[in-house]
Design a protein around this ligand. Structure first.
Ligand SMILES: C[S@@+](CC[C@H](N)C(=O)[O-])C[C@H]1O[C@@H](n2cnc3c(N)ncnc32)[C@H](O)[C@@H]1O
Length: 214
């Protein structure tokens, strides 16, 4: 993934800058946990006056130096306690909680193009939202998901076994938006499709803000 994301990450970043500004910059506050932080690009969307700590969850150690560089540029440092880089997977909520000093510590959980590749995503989301996110906290997500169109979904299922081998486990056929919305914990839900994205797109995106009941 280090090499794949070095190649594709920059283009994706450019295409999603506006969208991430309105999703992340306008909403993120408190302790922010960035699921599958990649190179730590999310740090640049965080407002230092609203965000007290940037926690980058990234199991790939090869990405940590760049996460640190990006976070430092955005004003988050390990020295002053505003940056924490964790090498666990998203499927380890108990370890994440110990690194954070206790359960329900996170105000904002960010997932950008990550749930497509984690193992057991429904279990992962239940664990993180149930055990790691504070009551009243929020999930901000932007993911490519299973299409609602049967013909597109067929092709997504067809290509997934090949695509996931080439792209570090990334699956085209996960309805992660629906799985997230289905968790019975939300006080409010605002979920949308990407403006101007054709429905035929194999990488069809959904994003949104889900606020957990207090
Ligand atoms: C497609 S990249 C997206 C990176 C970043 N969120 C962004 O938008 O730039 C997916 C990231 O998820 C990480 N990842 C893979 N398996 C993971 C897991 N089990 N838990 C958390 N992150 C994981 C990968 O190492 C990679 O950095």
């Amino acid at each position: 993934m280090t090499h794949v994301w070095a190649k594709f990450g920059k283009g994706t970043e450019e295409n999603t800058r506006g969208l991430k500004t309105s999703l992340i910059s306008s909403n993120a506050y408190g302790i922010v946990l960035d699921l599958g932080a990649g190179y730590g690009n999310t740090a640049h969307y965080l407002d230092r006056t609203d965000v007290t700590k940037y926690v980058a969850l990234e199991p790939n150690l090869n990405m940590h130096a760049e996460i640190r560089a990006n976070a430092n540029q955005a004003g988050f440092t390990e020295e002053d306690g505003t940056l924490l880089i964790i090498a666990y997977g998203a499927e380890e909520p108990n370890l994440i909680n110990s690194a954070l000093g206790g359960a329900h510590a996170v105000d904002t959980l960010v997932s950008i193009l990550t749930l497509c590749g984690v193992p057991e995503p429904q279990e992962v989301m239940r664990g993180l939202v149930g055990e790691v996110l504070k009551p009243g906290g929020q999930v901000l997500f932007y993911e490519h998901v299973l299409s609602r169109r049967a013909d597109v979904a067929w092709w997504q299922r067809f290509w997934t076994p090949i695509w996931r081998c080439a792209f570090d486990g990334c699956c085209l056929d996960r309805p992660t938006d629906i799985w997230l919305e289905e968790l019975d914990v939300w006080e409010s839900r605002d979920v949308w499709s990407k403006e101007d994205e054709p429905e035929e797109h194999l990488w069809w995106h959904r994003g949104g803000k889900l606020v957990k009941r207090s």
